[in-house]
Design a protein around this ligand. Structure first.
Ligand SMILES: [Zn+2]
Length: 152
């Protein structure tokens, strides 16, 4: 009887376990939580109190990425200074480049301000265009559609 109860509990937990979604920034986290409701467990990696280019690296971020089923990143080079080493350390195959568990939002956005040439003489520029599209209210629907499709 105990085995049947344990098996039932295990199956119920597996069926109704929420998808662990990490997002690099809060806008994508809020959209994901609104769409996914109880079916997602969202963690925002980059606190809004930090400059989005330079998120403070903490070991806790590695363990969060290690357990993630899905990573939703801004892309466009915005996380270039902090996300790659965390992804390497987390060693989670599900959320690596090219895998189904990674959503790069910049792939759904028409990037603006793409420089025609990039040089160190220009200082620190975004070579792929302006990645700060999450601050544009017109892009919220575009991001929401991409997140909905990925969650489905
Ligand atoms: Zn920037």
């Amino acid at each position: 009887m105990k085995k049947i109860l344990l098996l039932t509990t295990l199956l119920t937990t597996m069926l109704f376990a929420s998808l662990r979604v990490d997002t690099t920034y809060s806008t994508m986290g809020l959209i994901t939580q609104k769409i996914g409701g109880d079916l997602v467990n969202v963690t925002v990696l980059g606190s809004a109190k930090y400059d989005p280019h330079f998120i403070v690296l903490k070991p806790s971020l590695i363990s969060k990425l290690r357990r993630a089923d899905l990573l939703i990143m801004n892309g466009g080079g915005l996380e270039l200074g902090w996300l790659p080493p965390l992804l390497r350390a987390a060693n989670n195959a599900k959320i690596q480049n090219g895998m189904v568990g990674l959503l790069d939002m910049s792939h759904y956005i028409s990037m603006i301000d793409v420089p025609s040439s990039v040089s160190r003489a220009f200082g620190d520029v975004h070579a792929q265009g302006n990645p700060h599209f999450a601050t544009d209210p017109h892009q919220v629907l575009v991001m929401a559609k991409a997140i909905k499709e990925k969650l489905i």
